[in-house]
Write a protein that binds this ligand. Structure first.
Ligand SMILES: [Zn+2]
Length: 367
């Protein structure tokens, strides 16, 4: 009991800290008055140092009346121009301030929640964009080989034509949510605007929440539909509320990070304990993914500024998940093979009838 009340106190303090952190919106770089003046001047004159910001040049820039409906506003391209004017000015002012700070012996600071990254073409954070795209590709190839394995290489239940592996559908959904999350991640790192940020955060939370459900279903060996719903419902309710909170109430970075770290930690723990107590033939792959994943999570916690303007902690985290994703899908495929052979063997052992009929009668080893 003492343990659970301690946990409640801990959760309450986490919540309180989340709200306190959430009220601090601005980063160190953008509260600097030099930076603010620079952005203001750049937006009105379209000139910063030797650069001319073409997006800021048009005279009708500030003609849009505030608070009017979308159909009475300027055409979309004018709004797009204004947005580009603002982001270009912020970028050049940030670079200017960082040069000044560097010559004064000061270390880099964040601007609007982000480190000062060097742009490449249209990409705001080229390394994170490329690595997100590679993660997407890794999930796609992993999913494809899983799909081919369960549908063509492993035996299929003769009557229902479904796979023997009980988690096939769940992994398909996992693959789709993963690819969706990495897609929005690469879009967000290309261009950080309100919409892309919310899509990225929401997709990442949805994936983390779903993979938490999946980890519990697999490690507790839940095959019955009703029990699966019982496991999934509270987590789904929480994740949905959290996504709605982020999108329509407050995109609170501190609180969101705590939620994500908590959901990540619980599933890593579930897999780690399971790998420790079962005799799964591929438990070593799981160990590597769990420990690699935990180490990678540290990169998200101990943030550091970009090396040479490109490689920050976050981009290294995206790099680390590439080999882990490969190993992860390799474990999933091993699990499908292992479960299939277990179910088929058990059914044969019980006596020549159809395996899917015998399956329920046989109390299987909970692996
Ligand atoms: Zn990212």
């Amino acid at each position: 009991m003492a343990g659970s009340s301690l946990r409640v106190v801990h959760l309450a303090s986490l919540l309180a800290l989340g709200f306190v952190l959430g009220s601090v919106d601005a980063s160190q770089g953008d509260v600097d008055p030099h930076y603010r003046t620079c952005v203001k001047e750049c937006q009105s004159t379209a000139i910063i140092g030797s650069n001319i910001i073409s997006h800021c040049q048009s005279p009708e820039n500030d003609s849009t009346p505030a608070g009017s409906s979308w159909y009475t506003q300027e055409p979309l391209y004018t709004q797009w121009k204004q947005l580009n004017c603002m982001t270009d000015c912020r970028y050049y002012c940030m670079m200017q301030r960082e040069e000044e700070r560097q010559s004064g012996g000061l270390s880099p600071v964040k601007y609007h929640g982000k480190w000062p990254f060097i742009r490449v073409s249209v990409f705001q954070e080229p390394l994170s964009t490329a690595l997100s795209a590679l993660n997407l590709l890794m999930h796609f190839t992993g999913w494809l080989s899983f799909f081919l394995l369960v549908n063509y290489r492993l035996p299929i239940r003769p009557q229902t034509k479904r796979t023997y592996y009980e988690y096939t559908g769940l992994w398909h959904i996992y693959a789709i949510l993963s690819m969706n999350a990495w897609f929005w991640s690469s879009i967000f790192h290309t261009r950080d605007i309100d919409l892309t940020e919310k899509l990225d955060y929401s997709s990442a939370v949805a994936l983390l929440g779903y993979s938490l459900i999946l980890s519990l279903l697999r490690t507790f060996n839940v095959k019955d539909e009703a029990t699966r719903v019982m496991f999934a419902a509270p987590i789904l309710a929480f994740v949905t509320t959290h996504i709605l909170y982020l999108n329509f109430y407050d995109l609170d970075y501190g609180w969101n990070m705590k939620v994500c770290i908590a959901m990540g930690a619980v599933q890593l723990l579930a897999w780690a304990i399971w790998a420790g107590v079962t005799h799964h033939p591929s438990r070593f792959k799981l160990w590597v993914v769990v420990f690699g994943g935990a180490l990678a999570m540290l990169l998200e916690v101990y943030d550091f500024p970009p090396y040479k303007g490109y490689a920050d902690a976050h981009s290294l985290w995206h790099a680390s998940t590439i080999p882990l994703t490969y190993l992860w899908w390799s474990f999933i495929k091993d699990d499908a093979e292992f479960r299939t052979s277990t179910v088929v063997k058990k059914a044969k052992f019980v006596g020549g009838s159809q395996p899917e009929e015998e399956e329920s009668a046989v109390e299987e080893i909970n692996i």
